[in-house]
Design a protein around this ligand. Structure first.
Ligand SMILES: CCCCCCCCCCCCCC(=O)CC(=O)SCCNC(=O)CCNC(=O)[C@H](O)C(C)(C)COP(=O)(O)OP(=O)(O)OC[C@H]1O[C@@H](n2cnc3c(N)ncnc32)[C@H](O)[C@@H]1OP(=O)(O)O
Ligand SMILES: NC(=O)C1=CN([C@@H]2O[C@H](COP(=O)(O)OP(=O)(O)OC[C@H]3O[C@@H](n4cnc5c(N)ncnc54)[C@H](O)[C@@H]3O)[C@@H](O)[C@H]2O)C=CC1
Length: 661
């Protein structure tokens, strides 16, 4: 039982109320034993907690995930669980919403017995054995709260953690407040639980998080402009895969494949690189084995320099340097080495997948599988299809992503695909704001206050500033042969900020070199500190270019950066790079640290109001006519003209034939 039907939350509810039902079961005179197979989540676990005994199958999972939907467990979960397992463990489960295995549930004391057999049959036998036992001590609501001496401290720390993890989300904080009320007699605690639930239930954050829940499932029902889709295309089985290039990304991808039980051929260019990769990959795998307490066959991965092993694989994921010529050459080689049916996938973050497909003997079997760093942690996968990708190839990549535990989103090929394409105007605005008077920490603090996991400059330092530098060089925007612009730098006719290039020229590439937009403890350090050098550098830059610095408020930072990103999102929709705006929201929430409690950038635009987004873009465009990314997209204008329809109707307003495919 995975809890309430979440769809019901936006409709009038019918049927008996859960709280009195659970109370009645608990108060009953006959012993009630919960037999748990599969999932006991949310209301499912709350129901089980109202039973007098709980027997779980060893594969069962238990949890109170309401916080991920912007809610609290409000059918007594916040009152019974702390009584059963104590405040610290209950707080941890309720604030994070994480699931625990049956084995861990037994250790915590949530279940009375774990079985390998049919839980229902075991529960019936168990019920017979306790039929005459008194039930008084089995009613959790009557238990006195287990208050340790340092409970105040525990609650304070939990509150601090909820604020920090929540990044502006209300539900984690309300979870702590509800659990705190478990110190009170049960009936008073329940009143508090209901009060907090009423506050959250109809909140915009809960609506946004529930939208995220369904969006992450909706993207699994992918379709392509040619009519191929999830239910008319068959995925191939992947019995063995290869990863070529074991740098930052390749290592993480190899780990994902092994954890999913897929045998992997892992390839590098030379013995030294191979050995370095082997050490890191094996260490990551051993850590996972310990953490998950699972048996994993570490022999599933074979490190090699020899291409002949590629003959046996069903799918290759290429993760070599971001260099089109290198990748094309590799894809041509793969065509002759691999079996003709082998799928060839690239992890490129922005190169033209069509061009790579052209370099092979099988363009229909070429797709992008764009993982996000760290690949073994981030749940997002962009599956990039070209005009020639076969439905089978797309279905296989989508299915493989799911098997690896990712949420896969199918997107059409275009520069930067979806995520990085929308990121460009956002990063660009941040650079302009520095020119106009802001500091990196002012910009980042506004964005992090909004709820982004990391501000733009901290994120750039983490990824490495050389990544974008290489892209800009390849695009002809900077580099030795490119003439410098005039007063305010212009390139290719538009405003261009060379600040990031200048920073790179100084050897400041971010965390890896110990400095970038911030200063770190040393190369590879993580603690970002404001850097007086950067401040002086910005002042000097403005002086040389005659720029009068001005004070820039939080609102302008948010509007310039976020609305520019959203505007590009509308252009992505116009180009039909995806079939539905929910895809953009899923990509940003899962891949770029966008706060889930705002739903994602496109949902957020709808909440702010499309007329407001349009109005502010028009305003900034008047002030900065030389920044094309601030020019409102045609689709945004059209939607506003049509009275701002809800997000699920946006695609109806795109003219036929606007697809780039
Ligand atoms: C104004 C005054 C108001 C006053 C207060 C009102 C008080 C109201 C009191 C209400 C008290 C109710 C308490 C309660 O019961 C709270 C809850 O239980 S909230 C729900 C908690 N449960 C969850 O969050 C579980 C969500 N589901 C999952 O985590 C996964 O789906 C699951 C692990 C169960 C299965 O995963 P998987 O096998 O990977 O399948 P999918 O995820 O793809 O799901 C398949 C399919 O099922 C749909 N679905 C799953 N769970 C739910 C659900 N709980 N409700 C509705 N639909 C669900 C999912 O969307 C998929 O559908 P498709 O159409 O196939 O995409
Ligand atoms: N680093 C990131 O955050 C992300 C990178 N990507 C993309 O993933 C790809 C790899 O990026 P990183 O892992 O960051 O690069 P990296 O520089 O860390 O690793 C690349 C690896 O490829 C190896 N290599 C080069 N040529 C090879 C060949 N012919 N055969 C076998 N191995 C070869 C190199 O020795 C190196 O170890 C790029 O296309 C990049 O754009 C995609 C998403 C995120």
């Amino acid at each position: 039982m995975s809890g309430a039907d979440i769809r019901e939350f936006s409709r009038p509810m019918t049927g008996p109320a859960l709280v009195p039902l659970i109370d009645a079961i608990e108060a009953g005179e006959k012993p009630v034993v919960a037999a748990i197979e599969g999932m006991a989540l949310g209301g499912g676990l709350e129901l089980a907690l109202g039973c007098h005994y709980r027997i779980a199958h060893s594969k069962a999972q238990l949890g109170l995930p309401e916080v991920t939907l912007g809610l609290i467990p409000a059918a007594g979960g916040t009152q019974r669980l702390p009584r059963l397992i104590g405040f610290p463990a209950a707080l941890d489960m309720i604030i994070t919403g994480r699931r625990v295995s049956a084995g861990d549930a037994l250790k915590l004391g949530i279940v009375d017995q774990v079985t390998e057999r049919n839980a229902g049959e075991v529960a019936v036998a168990f019920a017979r054995s306790v039929v005459d036992c008194p039930l008084v001590s089995r009613r959790l609501s009557t238990w006195p709260p287990l208050c340790p001496a340092d409970l105040d401290n525990i609650l304070q720390m939990a509150l601090a953690r909820a604020w920090q993890r929540g990044r502006g989300a209300l539900a984690p904080v309300a979870c702590v407040q509800a659990v705190q009320a478990a110190r009170l007699p049960y009936s008073q605690g329940m009143q508090q639980e209901q009060k907090l639930m009423s506050m959250l239930f109809a909140s915009p954050q809960a609506r946004a998080l529930q939208y995220c829940f369904f969006s992450q499932r909706a993207v699994g029902k992918w379709s392509m402009p040619n009519g191929a889709c999830w239910d008319n295309s068959t995925a191939r089985p992947i019995r063995k895969a290869a990863v070529i290039g074991l740098g930052t990304m390749g290592r993480g991808i190899a780990v994902c494949l092994v954890l999913a039980g897929i045998p992997v051929i892992a390839m590098e260019t030379d013995e030294k690189q191979l050995e370095a990769a082997r050490r890191v990959v094996m260490a990551l795998l051993e850590k996972e084995v310990q953490k998950l307490a699972v048996g994993l066959h570490l022999g599933l991965i074979h490190f090699t320099l020899e291409q002949r092993y590629l003959r046996e694989v069903d799918l290759v994921i290429e993760a070599v340097f971001e260099d089109l010529a290198l990748k094309k050459q590799l894809f041509a080689e793969l065509s002759s080495v691999c079996h003709p049916d082998t799928l060839l996938c690239t992890n490129t973050s922005q190169l033209d997948v069509d061009q790579l497909a052209t370099a092979t003997s099988r363009p229909d079997l070429v797709v992008g599988m764009h993982f996000f760093a760290p690949a073994n942690k981030i749940k997002l996968l962009e599956v990039v299809f070209t005009s020639r990708s076969s439905p089978e190839a797309v279905a296989t990549a989508m299915q493989l992503g799911k098997w690896l535990g990712k949420v896969s989103v199918a997107v059409a090929n275009c520069p930067g695909f979806v995520g990085n394409r929308m990121l460009r105007p956002y990063v660009e605005q941040a650079g302009f704001l520095l020119e106009e008077g802001a500091t990196p920490e002012q910009v980042d603090s506004a964005l992090e206050h909004f709820g982004l996991a990391m501000g733009v400059f901290r994120m750039s330092d983490l990824s490495g500033l050389d990544v974008g530098w290489r892209v800009r060089k390849a695009a002809g925007l900077t580099g030795p042969g490119v003439p410098q612009g005039q007063l305010l730098q212009t390139q290719q006719g538009y405003r261009y900020s060379p600040l990031a290039d200048l920073i790179c020229q100084k050897g400041r590439l971010g965390q890896k070199t110990g400095c970038g937009w911030y200063l770190y403890e040393g190369p590879g350090g993580h603690m970002a500190r404001p850097d007086p050098w950067v401040h002086a550098f910005l002042e000097e830059y403005r002086r040389v270019h005659g720029l009068q610095p001005r004070s820039i408020g939080q609102q302008e930072v948010l509007e310039r950066c976020l609305f520019a990103l959203i505007n590009e999102g509308f252009r992505v929709l116009e180009d039909r790079i995806v079939m539905d705006p929910v895809a953009l929201d899923v990509i940003y929430v899962l891949g770029y640290g966008w706060p889930a409690h705002t739903g994602g950038p496109m949902y957020y635009a709808g909440e702010v109001g499309l007329p407001r987004v349009l109005g502010r873009l028009e305003y900034y465009q008047r002030v900065h006519p030389d920044i094309p990314h601030l020019r409102p997209s045609a689709l945004l204008r059209q939607l506003v003209a049509k009275g701002s329809p809800p997000i699920h109707k946006w695609m109806w307003h795109i003219e036929e034939g606007s697809s780039r495919l």
